[in-house]
Design a binder for this molecule. Structure first.
Ligand code: ADP
Ligand code: TRP
Length: 340
């Protein structure tokens, strides 16, 4: 059966290497398979952490350029801005009538974002996953490629689809996730994130990325000299106060350095003390450069193509609406809402 593949990214800032490896790279992989692919910029979700309106407009276009440079093709994928499909927030409102509040308050991404805000957290932040469910269920997506951190949100969309179907009859498809999801560590070893100051901007010059890894990449603290044996794998046990092994470099090798996942050569060299952390970092930057070099070349050619980007978004928005509007109409009718 052919899939309907859908995913989105918020317009909160520049894309980083975690976004590319955890999400966009998979979008490109699915695009060539003859499936229906929808990839969008979640501008309404961006408003939950409202920034400057000019920043939001600019970020949105820049992310579309990143999508295009990474290999997304508007002939093969529907590329759009979430807000170009007004049926999505409508569906979100309809679905919110079935969504238990308790689940929303317990969702880890919400808890992280409202930490310390108490009752000043906005309603938009609470209902964030319901809007995301509308993104997914509107076009009846069967597969949602995302990074590991988004799993609770997609699970909520799956539950909401079940709740709706049980109450109003089979309407929504239950979406799946990829078998293997990743969490790319940032320079400090925590999840690489746009707002965490630990990210590698996918448009940064390779020399800058090299300096960042050299100065801020955290390896195994116990491997002091190049010849000391090290532990390439990080182990964390908060209860026991354990945090050992390489934090930010080796895990990325395993994800992107050709042959490493199968052969574990660098891991063996690290353990044997035949490679030092500086060399290991340099090899990592080489692997990153092999991925980002061709990307950055295409991206540079798109730098001044805002008119083209606007055309892509306009066409994509129209195509997305054609796919999504009939589902929302059916939902509305099943719930007894008639537009007179
Ligand atoms: P950020 O967390 O940096 O704000 P987003 O939340 O906009 O980024 O994430 C966009 C997509 O990129 C999502 O599918 C998310 O799971 C994925 N993603 C973000 N950070 C990482 C990471 N460090 N590793 C893997 N995937 C990631
Ligand atoms: N919440 C996602 C993120 O922060 C972005 C997003 C919004 C999304 N709607 C979606 C991802 C639908 C997948 C499917 O990255």
């Amino acid at each position: 059966m052919s899939e309907i593949v859908l995913s989105g990214i918020r317009a909160t800032g520049k894309l980083h290497f975690g976004n590319l490896m955890g999400a966009v790279q998979h979008f490109v992989r699915f695009q060539g398979r003859g499936d229906t692919c929808l990839f969008f910029v979640a501008d309404l979700h961006t408003l939950t952490t409202l920034q400057d309106p000019d920043d939001m407009r600019r970020n949105l276009r820049e992310i579309v350029k990143d999508y295009l440079a990474a290999g997304l093709d508007p002939q093969q994928s529907i590329l759009y801005a979430q807000s170009s499909v007004p049926e999505i927030p409508e569906l979100s409102l309809l679905l919110s009538m079935l969504q238990p509040l308790g689940d929303l308050l317990r969702i880890p991404t919400f808890k992280e974002k409202v930490r310390g805000q108490d009752e000043s957290a906005t309603l938009g932040l609470v209902t964030y996953p319901v809007l995301m469910a509308a993104d997914i269920l509107g076009p009846k997506a069967t597969l949602v490629p995302v990074g590991e951190d988004q799993v609770p949100n997609v699970e909520l969309a799956r539950r909401l689809a079940h709740i709706f179907n049980a109450r109003f009859g089979e309407t929504f498809v239950i979406p799946s996730m990829m078998d293997e999801m990743v969490k790319v560590p940032g320079l400090d070893g925590a999840k690489m994130g746009k707002s965490d100051g630990n990210a590698i901007d996918i448009n940064a010059p390779i020399s800058e990325i090299s300096t960042l890894y050299k100065k801020r990449g955290v390896t195994d603290p116990k491997k002091v000299r190049a010849g000391d044996p090290g532990n390439p794998y990080r182990t964390v046990d908060i209860a026991k106060g354990v945090d050992e092994g390489c934090r930010s470099v080796y895990a990325v090798h395993e994800l992107i350095t050709p042959g490493e996942k199968e052969g574990r050569e660098i891991a063996d060299e690290c353990r044997a003390g035949t490679i030092g952390c500086a060399d290991c970092k340099e090899r990592l930057v080489g692997s990153i450069a092999a991925i980002l070099g061709p990307f950055q070349e295409k991206r540079a050619a798109l730098a001044n193509q805002d008119d083209y980007v606007i055309d892509v978004l306009h066409e994509g928005g129209k195509r997305a609406r054609v796919l999504i509007a009939p589902t929302v109409e059916a939902v509305r009718e099943k719930m007894g809402v008639i537009i007179y």
